[in-house]
Write a protein that binds this ligand. Structure first.
Ligand code: PLP
Length: 399
């Protein structure tokens, strides 16, 4: 018998599996609003013009394909850290932030999860709900995944008092995962004052804040604003860790480009932390790929190109925002008896629609519209052409 005969068919991935179902559907007006990947208003993948230019320049330079270091490309890492912490960040200037290039956000989350587990952490707290992959990433890293309350389904808003209560109940020293901006899937972030309170409680309880920054610049269109929580926590004196993804804001999904950084007490401690991150990376994938790092480096090392990036990233954020208003308007015009205010008050890539699992299934089976079972709709897949169709379908299944 085959050595694989006892392998059972695994269930499809709850998010990526949607693509497969969508691709095998031959209905002409089918819509994919499952996976969080930006589409232009014609429904096509979008390569930022500044990225295209950078790629041309890289090819013209006829670079070699040597290995990068275990920690990746140092120029990229320095620029990525400036991007999230800000040029004027004292901790960065003092040389007490350890940073490595990672296999995008996912890879950084895994490396840090493993590092936590190695250094005595038994569990990690994630928001309820959170990006679906957080849970298996941290489980596979060897951590028990615990949840803190984040969102109130009835009011479609942040469940702030319960969030704070749950933080106060966490054991001292626990790691708490926070979405830096554009919380996935709810699109609901704390206000500046609420972040301050989260920071204060984290300090009182000696918690370790770990930021997942997957949407910097993509949320509000302003990279500085989207990094405000990260910067506040560093200023408040937390020794945070941050994972950055360049998938969405730079549109570099398949290049797997990201960074993981840890704020240490002093430069010497930062060096020790860096050495331990490398210990996890080396037997895992040895060293990260070069192309995405080269693209981001070309852009962020040049003020003019950075400016172009900011405008193009803002353009994506604006298109999505426009679609939020169109979808809400279309639902209201159809006479939907529900409130769809949350569609426009949420930010980032997703609308956390409030559709039930049954309604999501009906949307798929009756209308060939694919979104995740929690009712998360990727607004990046909504276009001028399909917004009306989507609104009619949502109205049909919720009416
Ligand atoms: N974290 C969050 C909150 C996300 O939404 C995503 C992608 O959807 C990621 C991390 C990881 O994406 P990537 O591995 O492409 O950087």
């Amino acid at each position: 018998t085959s050595p694989w005969a006892h392998f059972k068919m695994a269930p499809p991935d709850p998010i990526i599996g949607l693509n497969e179902a969508y691709n095998s559907d031959d209905f002409p007006d089918k819509v994919n609003v499952g996976v969080g990947a930006y589409r232009c208003d014609q429904g096509m993948p979008f390569v930022l013009p500044v990225v295209m230019e950078a790629e041309k320049a890289i090819i013209a330079e006829e670079m070699d394909h040597e290995y990068s270091g275990i920690a990746g490309c140092p120029d990229f890492v320095n620029l990525a850290l400036k991007f999230v912490y800000g040029d004027d960040c004292a901790a960065l200037q003092e040389g007490r932030i350890a940073g490595v290039q990672t296999l995008s956000g996912t890879g950084g989350l895994r490396v840090f999860g493993e590092t936590l587990a190695t250094f005595g952490h038994k569990h990690i707290y994630v928001p309820d709900p959170t990006w679906g992959n957080h849970i298996p990433i941290f489980k596979n890293a060897g951590l028990e995944v615990r949840k803190y309350r984040y969102y109130d389904n009835d009011s479609c808003s942040l469940d702030f008092s319960n969030l704070i209560d749950d933080m106060r109940a966490m054991p001292e020293g626990s790691c708490i995962l926070l979405h830096a901006c554009a919380h996935n899937p709810t699109g609901m972030d704390p206000t500046v004052d609420q972040w301050k309170e989260i920071s204060n409680v984290a300090m009182e309880k000696n918690l370790l804040p770990f930021f997942d920054s997957a949407y910097q610049g993509f949320a509000s269109g302003d990279a500085r604003k989207d990094a405000a929580a990260v910067r506040m926590f560093v200023e408040d004196g937390h020794n945070i860790a941050v994972v950055q993804s360049f998938s969405k804001n730079f549109g570099l999904y398949g290049q797997r480009i990201g960074a993981l950084s840890v704020v240490a007490a002093d430069p010497e401690e930062a060096k020790r932390v860096l050495s331990q991150l490398k210990v996890h990376i080396r037997p895992s994938y040895s060293n990260p790929p070069r192309h995405g790092a080269r693209i981001v480096t070309k852009i962020l090392s040049d003020p003019e190109k950075t400016n172009d990036f900011v405008h193009q990233c803002m353009g994506m954020a604006k298109r999505i925002d426009g679609m939020r208003y169109e979808l809400r308007q279309a639902l209201e015009d159809l006479g939907s008896g529900r409130s769809w205010d949350h569609v426009t008050s949420q930010i980032g890539m997703f609308a956390y629609s409030g559709l039930t699992k049954d309604q999501v299934v009906a949307l798929r089976e009756k209308h060939h519209i694919y979104c995740t079972l929690d009712g998360r709709i990727s607004m990046a897949g909504v276009t001028s052409n399909n917004v009306e169709y989507i609104a009619r379908a949502i109205h049909d299944v919720t009416g």
